[in-house]
Design a protein around this ligand. Structure first.
Ligand code: ADP
Ligand code: MG
Length: 677
């Protein structure tokens, strides 16, 4: 046996952590290969369970797991399900026997807390205990630990990612980056060493399901789409078996469908969930499992028998849920199942024979399972941490955003700044201008979703950019920048380009979205696609109509003398028609028609105004004023700075006071690392 010789000058080792719902693992790279470190239990897999003893001692892993049935209320399992969640998000969601603290007020309700009797802890604090334990093991074995990469499910939203990062910091780790689990798995399989191909990563863990479509192009790989379900995994299989076991013990009058788990004593729930997991593992290798459990009436033990065939039948609905998410991910990526070059299995629950069979049928090919499905994510995280710490240019990692991000514009429409499935990191900018004269503030409303109107999307943040000097409508240039970093966190900046006044917010929604909600939002957008589009056109033409009315009235204030009586009456009647149309039209075409009529009625007048402007310029007016007035010649915009005292003239009921300019431009921030190995 060789002993590692400690070299005090050796650089700190970067580590990769798979912070799983059920199990967590820490790994590092030795001689170019990922190696799992041994944890406090003397194992590679650390059960993600934390026990808080009466006297303040905190235990993690197997020791903590042994308290699941002995002291269930102070033993937190599956904490990952609650990361970034608010107290109202978790109603009815309970896996262990622990209790949630009743929030004292609304502010308190932003973060769910576990009630340990006498004290409460947040999911971030619980996760930090798991990370502290893993980091401690790594320090013991590596002496000096550098940065860490922590993995998260691909569907984790902003709040959940932020919570994970916070847990890392609380554990004293230098978090280099959060990495999506499927992406980590692909790295562990060394897909980047092949040249081209299309792959699917199917990750069924204890609590989360992720599916990812990856495309490998000349050695560069890109996440084409992601999908999944944060509430689907081996735990759900345990629940199904647990109900059958409880029925055999005499609960629910012997009928599994009649069992209300809430009414079963917590220590019995803990015991039965443990037994159920054991049965499930045995059914992976055996055709039937037999187990003895205490009868409810206390009269000895009940013998429970569950066959693999029964188990396979019972979990079919779970597999079908996974199947639906897979088909959706393929559709999003625009990929047919027969175009796939490989399917990778990740997560302990993919050991279940029925799962393997289902995946093989779903994708019409045998999945790859060469690497231990429990270790593959940590291995990929370690490889990535190693790459980052050596700032090597080996791999290009691209992830995508699950839902479009944009802002609300005039009239309540949405301007999508980063479309759904944009690869991250990414940045994009869009320029807007003022709708009314003398606006000194802009309200910016950041929304997420696929619907055309802001009220149908999810509101992420609102903020106001103040202190803009009063300018005529259309003169201020407001640049909105969206930047999404490697961790999937969104930064929104708003800058008024003339004055340089700027404000930035980091969007951390207090409530997370579940996968079901993401799915609902997508289905909703499909269902409403056509009617939404019509509505959006109507809103936009209404805004356009109002803008033209405003500009024409302003032009009349200045240059009405250029119209003869006949022209004036035609302009006035076209204005009335357009006013009528913007107020009551139900079809965009009606407003568009009235706009065209007004445009026609003001055509000659616009020419006369242009002549006057040019003469004015020759008489000493600045050239820029001429340019502005030439733009204004079509009745759209005139140089009337005196109108600045007219404060924010918002249309009633509208929260937003700007409209889309025409300078939407995108600058895709260079992604992580360089292109090929
Ligand atoms: P997570 O990513 O959620 O932490 P893992 O990838 O560690 O989860 O998978 C844990 C799940 O895998 C648990 O539900 C566990 O019971 C299940 N599992 C582990 N080994 C087996 C096995 N041999 N047969 C069936 N299920 C298994
Ligand atoms: Mg996992």
């Amino acid at each position: 046996m060789l002993l590692d010789i400690y070299d005090p000058k050796a650089p700190p080792k970067a580590i990769g952590i798979d912070l799983g719902t059920t199990n967590s693992i820490v790994a590092y790279v030795r001689d170019g290969h990922p190696v799992a470190l041994i944890n406090c239990d003397g194992q590679e897999l650390l059960p993600s369970v934390v026990h808080y003893a009466d006297h303040g001692q905190v235990q993690v892993g197997r020791t903590a797991q042994s308290y699941v049935s002995r002291d269930p209320e102070r033993t937190i399992v599956s904490v990952k399900r609650f990361m970034g969640k608010g107290a109202n998000d978790v109603a009815g969601e309970r896996l262990g026997a622990y209790r949630f603290a009743r929030p004292a007020n609304e502010d308190d309700a932003r973060v769910v807390r576990f009630d340990l009797g006498g004290r409460t802890v947040s999911p971030v604090e619980v996760s930090a205990e798991i990370l502290k334990s893993l980091a401690g093991s790594a320090r013991d074995q590596l002496r000096s630990v550098g940065g860490a990469v922590i993995t998260v499910p691909a569907y984790f939203d902003d709040a959940q990612r932020q919570a994970t990062k916070d847990a890392g910091k609380l554990a004293g780790l230098d978090v280099l980056r959060l990495l999506n689990e499927p992406t980590a798995a692909a790295l562990a399989y060394g897909l980047e060493s092949k040249n081209n191909g299309l792959f699917v990563v199917f990750d069924l863990g204890g609590g989360t399901f992720d599916v990812t479509v990856l495309q490998l192009d000349d050695g560069v790989f890109q996440v084409k789409s992601t999908g999944g379900d944060t509430a689907l995994g081996g735990d759900d299989m345990d629940q199904i078996i647990a109900k059958r076991l409880l029925a055999s013990m005499g609960y629910g009058n012997g009928d599994a469908t009649q069992i209300d788990v809430e009414s079963v004593p917590p220590e019995v729930v803990g015991l039965v969930l443990g037994a159920a997991r054991d049965v499930k593992h045995r059914l992976t290798d055996e055709e039937r499992a037999v187990i003895q459990l205490p009868r409810r009436d206390g009269k000895g033990e009940a013998t429970c028998v569950i066959t693999r065939a029964e188990f396979t039948d019972a979990i079919l609905p779970l597999l079908e849920r996974a199947g639906r998410a897979c088909r959706r991910a393929l559709r999003d990526a625009g990929v047919q199942a027969d175009a796939l070059d490989g399917v990778i299995l990740v997560g302990g629950a993919t050991r279940v024979p029925a799962v393997k069979r289902y995946v093989a049928e779903l994708f019409s090919q045998e999945p790859l399972a060469g690497i231990d499905p429990d270790l593959v994510v940590a291995a990929g995280a370690a490889l990535h941490a190693d790459q980052l710490s050596r700032s090597s240019d080996e791999v290009l990692l691209l992830d995508v955003i699950p839902l479009s991000l944009g802002i609300e514009t005039m009239g309540g429409a949405v301007d999508r700044i980063l479309p759904r499935n944009t690869t991250i990191p990414a940045g994009a900018k869009s320029t807007f201008t003022t709708y009314a004269d003398g606006q000194t503030g802009f309200e910016i409303h950041v929304v997420q979703g696929e619907r055309e109107l802001a009220k149908d999307c999810r509101s992420l943040a609102r903020f106001t950019l103040r202190g803009i000097p009063a300018l005529p409508a259309g003169h201020a240039r407001l640049e909105i920048g969206f930047g999404i970093d490697e961790n999937g966190l969104l930064h929104v900046s708003a800058k008024e380009l003339l004055t340089g006044i700027e404000q930035t917010v980091e969007v951390k929604p207090s409530y997370g979205l579940t996968d079901e909600q993401v799915e609902e939002m997508l289905i909703d957008a499909l269902d409403h696609g056509e009617s939404d589009f019509e509505l959006r056109r109507l809103v936009e033409s209404r805004v356009e109509g109002e803008r033209i009315l405003l500009a024409t009235r302003k032009a009349l204030d200045v240059d009405a003398d250029l119209l003869d009586a006949d022209q004036r009456s035609r302009v006035d009647s076209a204005i009335r028609e357009l006013e009528q149309a913007t107020q009551s039209a139900s079809k965009p075409a009606q407003i568009e028609g009235a706009i065209a009529a007004l445009d026609h009625a003001t055509h000659d007048w616009a020419g006369a105004r242009m002549n006057r402007a040019i003469k004015g310029a020759l008489g000493g007016v600045a050239v820029t004023a001429v340019e502005k007035d030439v733009q204004g010649a079509r009745g759209v915009d005139v140089q009337v700075a005196e109108h600045a005292e007219n404060r924010t003239a918002m249309s009633p009921g509208s929260a937003v006071v700007f409209e889309t300019g025409d300078t939407l431009e995108r600058d895709d921030t260079p992604a992580v690392g360089a292109e090929r190995p």
